[in-house]
Design a protein around this ligand. Structure first.
Ligand code: GLU
Length: 487
């Protein structure tokens, strides 16, 4: 059987990180098996329509590098499949189920349903449509049903769930799942506005689109017994199911907006590399080997297997995401990073630096930050002269004797044959030794004069990237201010 999988989001307005994980696993599974992965927009709930939701979804998916087959931008004839364009089809299949006795018409009003639930609640039983007493084609009989139709009475179509017996299906991740028919509601398939529910549209489409594996989040597990009944009712072969573990907050509660961003676009906006983000998402509930965490998309495809996906919920740990990003920041090619960094530098107001210089700055600072976007803040002094000098640092490291100590050193720097870090290091070393001092006695003052800050990369490396003229200028500015008592 050839592998065909789908990602079937409802357009809520943004791509949820859990949705990205589902999309990614579908994509990895399809590519691993040389199969197809399609995108289907499940927009049957028209009351939840959100402007541009579909565009947002697609743009987040393509940012993450997930490609779909049978999509228009690949020049195909169809897709992404959009359920709201297929309503007639679902009505036709609902009709088929009525005809073969697996679904029925029900005419209950909202008030009647409320009263039923209230009765059940009082009696201490779980709320469930009670086919034997409510107003449906069985209790009303054919004549009354026909009359209601003629009178254009609103109706829904419900699935006729067997009242006894077990509903079984196997899940690749969870094994055998068994539920009692008694606990499954007579699910609405077609709503009174004629639109299908998620259940009907989802099953009809998975069948028509020849989906071999339904890979989706654990929150859909309670729907699967109903879907299984639908497949059986239509006489269709069931796909294989795999329900992915929940994503959790750090405190092990279900991942929620209240504890942090859940929209993929937020993470893109915060400056995470798509490679790092995808790598991080891929390991939420799955890891091919215990001894490794960094995988390219190609490697994820190569190693992916549903059998290795865990049942237990996976913690969405943003600290790990930061770490993951830092690993990519250290490993990616500097010229590539410079290209990615350019718009961030522009946005921070540091325009006009060429990519060569940006690459050097990134090379200098990338061990000290997790995200490229932090560089203009952490290392602002690589793009502008210090506007202020860290007061505590001045107090701690600038002694009465320091000015007279650094002035001759600045003179020596002026005459340096070049500004490579080894050269300035050696000059400084020889100078401090001649004064009977240690390197650290001048390193802090140098850092202060050049950067204004107490932390940064290696001092001589920083000076090398800034260059001789810039450094000498900064020394002079500081010395001048110090002499005038402005610092
Ligand atoms: N439309 C459902 C969602 O929003 C799809 C569930 C499924 O994959 O069957 O996640």
């Amino acid at each position: 059987m050839s592998v065909r999988v789908r990602f079937a989001p409802s357009p809520t307005g943004y791509l949820h990180v859990g949705g990205l994980r589902t999309a990614l696993y579908n994509y990895l599974f399809a590519r691993h098996h040389g199969g197809k992965c399609i995108l289907r927009i499940e927009d049957t709930d028209r009351t939840r329509f959100v402007e541009n939701a579909q565009e947002n979804l697609i743009s987040s998916l393509s940012w993450a590098g997930i490609e779909f087959d049978e999509s228009p931008d690949k020049g195909g004839d169809f897709g992404p499949y959009i359920q709201s364009e297929r309503f007639d089809l679902y009505r036709k299949y609902a009709q088929e189920l009525i005809e073969n006795g697996n679904a029925y018409y029900a005419f209950d009003t909202a008030e009647e349903l409320d009263a039923m639930r209230e009765r059940q609640q009082k009696a201490g039983v779980a709320p469930k449509y009670d086919r034997s007493v409510m107003r449906n084609q069985y209790t009303l009989g054919p004549e009354e049903t026909e009359n209601l139709f003629k009178a254009n009475a609103p109706f829904v179509v419900r699935l006729k769930v067997p009242l006894t017996g077990e509903i079984r299906f196997s899940d690749i991740i969870r094994g055998e799942v068994v539920v009692n028919g008694r606990d499954v509601d007579d699910q609405i398939l077609l709503k009174s506005d004629g639109f299908p529910t998620y259940h009907l549209a989802n099953v009809v489409d998975d069948h028509l689109m020849q989906i071999s594996h339904v890979i989706r989040g654990e929150e859909w597990l309670p729907s699967t017994p109903k879907h299984v009944l639908l497949y059986d009712a239509f006489g269709w072969e069931r796909p294989k199911f795999a329900h992915l573990p929940l994503l959790l907050n750090k405190d092990k509660t279900k991942l929620s907006k209240r504890q942090g961003s859940v929209a993929v676009e937020d993470y893109a906006g915060k400056g995470y590399f798509k490679e790092a983000f995808v790598n991080f998402i891929a390991l939420l509930g799955w890891n091919p080997t215990a001894d490794r965490e960094i995988f390219s998309m190609q490697e994820l495809i190569e190693f992916f297997s549903l059998e290795k996906v865990n049942k237990a919920g996976a913690v969405f740990d943003t600290q790990k995401l930061d770490w993951m990003n830092s690993q990519y920041l250290r490993a990616l090619d500097l010229n590539d990073l410079a290209v990615r960094f350019k718009p961030l530098a522009d946005e921070a107001g540091f325009s006009g630096f060429d990519n060569d210089y940006l690459a050097k700055v990134i090379g200098l600072l990338r061990e000290r930050v997790n995200l490229l976007i932090e560089i203009p803040v952490f290392g602002n002094y690589m793009f502008e002269k210090p506007k202020e000098y860290d007061e505590a640092y001045v107090l701690k490291h600038w002694k009465d004797t320091t000015l007279e100590l650094v002035k001759p050193l600045v003179e020596l720097f002026k005459n340096a044959p070049n500004f490579e870090h080894q050269t300035t290091h050696d000059i400084t070393m020889a100078y401090v030794e001649s004064q009977g001092l240690k390197l650290k006695d001048v390193i802090h003052p140098l850092r202060l004069m050049i950067t204004g800050k107490s932390v940064g990369a290696g001092m001589f490396e920083t000076m090398e990237v800034l260059g001789k003229d810039e450094c000498i200028e900064r020394f002079n500015i500081f010395i001048d201010k110090k002499e005038k008592g402005e610092i």
